[in-house]
Design a protein around this ligand. Structure first.
Ligand SMILES: *Cc1c(COP(=O)(O)O)cnc(C)c1O
Length: 357
């Protein structure tokens, strides 16, 4: 089956084979070595040249675990979070913050509207109690890219900490984590890094994590400081998904061999192929070209057809497409081009689509 949903993704044979990693005890040096390798490779991939300014913290759990851990661990006592919400994942950050009553009223925008850094600056100045600004890099809801670099710089200038959900961004989209002073960036193995789901991570500035250690521990499992302190000692507080980590390590080898920039360019070419192909068939794109990411495209369901029918016909032909969310649930569909897929897979998809419509 070719997965055209935004994660889990199709992985290479090489990554799949890595799942047969030997049975090891997570308290032994083999596991410490595996985890350290992954942590080093994450820094090499995503903060090249600034490896000594950041640490990577690994978590067993899907991407949401990394986002939740970031939001609730990185806040000093008495301080607040301001969430920028322009999609389902911004909404999820708002829900996480609300569940612990840590927020101020969010900045809410339509799903097709990127936030204006100037307005965020004004909001931060209005709210001196806000310590953390939370924003999604690639809003997977429609495939919208938010200007996280500019926004992280604004936050940094006002001495606030920007927490970025780049779960569907890292690996697929260009992002200058170190250069734009992003303090905390959450990512996952199972999207553009082309590993399996179940392992996520947080990149965090070294000077900042040393402060986070003293912040309130609002969760037992999802406290970043606890994982950080253990991982720095070559240990882990809880049982990690060892085999999934091994496959993640192999996926990072692949990413570093391909090159992070080349991966993003490959995704951009694949997205272009899909967008041009569907446009030729008269299918309308939801976002304008300049708003769109390299890895997710949203389209209106062709007239006279339902999403369910389109999905079923394509599934029969070996392709999984993805529904819209919320109020666009039955009006749009999404095509993600993340994963170990070739141009031939996308041409095959376009032929199948043509047949169906
Ligand atoms: C996929 C995704 C998540 C996390 O989803 P999980 O199902 O928990 O892995 C978070 N944010 C964004 C932007 C995503 O695309």
């Amino acid at each position: 089956m070719i997965l055209l949903n935004p994660g889990p993704v199709n992985v290479s044979d090489r990554v799949r084979k890595a799942l047969t990693f030997p049975d090891i005890c997570h308290r032994e040096s083999e596991c410490a070595e595996l985890m350290q390798n992954i942590r080093d490779k994450l820094l090499k991939a995503f903060v090249p040249g600034a490896e000594s300014d950041y640490v990577a913290i690994l978590l067993t759990g899907s991407g949401t675990a990394a986002v939740e851990a970031s939001l609730i661990s990185c806040l000093p006592v008495g301080k607040r979070v301001l969430v920028v919400n322009n999609g389902v994942y911004g909404q999820r950050m708002s829900d996480i913050v609300a569940s612990q009553r840590l927020g101020v009223p969010e900045i809410k925008l339509d799903w097709d509207t990127a936030p204006d850094p100037e307005k965020i600056s004004v909001a931060l100045k209005h709210h001196p109690e806000v310590h953390t600004l939370a924003i999604v890099h690639h809003e997977t809801t429609l495939g919208l890219i938010n200007p996280v670099s500019e926004i992280a710089k604004v936050a940094d200038e006002l001495n606030r900490v920007c927490v970025v959900d780049s779960i569907s961004g890292l690996g697929g989209e260009p992002i200058d984590v170190a250069g734009s002073h992003m303090y905390v960036v959450a990512g996952t193995a199972g999207k553009c890094i082309q590993g399996f789901p179940g392992v996520s991570f947080v990149l965090i500035r070294k000077g900042f994590i040393e402060r986070v250690v003293k912040f309130p521990k609002r969760s037992m499992y999802l406290n970043l400081a606890r994982h950080y302190e253990a991982q720095e000692q070559g240990s882990t507080p809880f049982t990690p998904a060892v085999q999934v980590y091994a496959a993640f390590d192999e996926a990072l080898n692949e990413l570093l061999e391909e090159g992070v920039r080349n991966r993003a360019e490959r995704y951009a070419r694949c997205a272009q192929l899909i967008r041009e192909g569907l446009q030729t068939l008269g299918v309308k794109s939801v976002l304008s070209a300049e708003q769109q990411s390299n890895s997710v495209s949203a389209f209106y369901v062709p007239e006279g057809m339902t999403y369910q029918h389109l999905h079923a016909c394509l599934k029969e032909r070996g392709y999984i497409i993805y529904a819209g969310q919320g109020h666009l649930n039955d009006k749009i569909f999404r095509i993600a081009n993340m994963g170990a897929l070739s141009q031939a897979n996308f041409s095959g998809f376009l032929s199948a689509f043509k047949e169906v419509v």
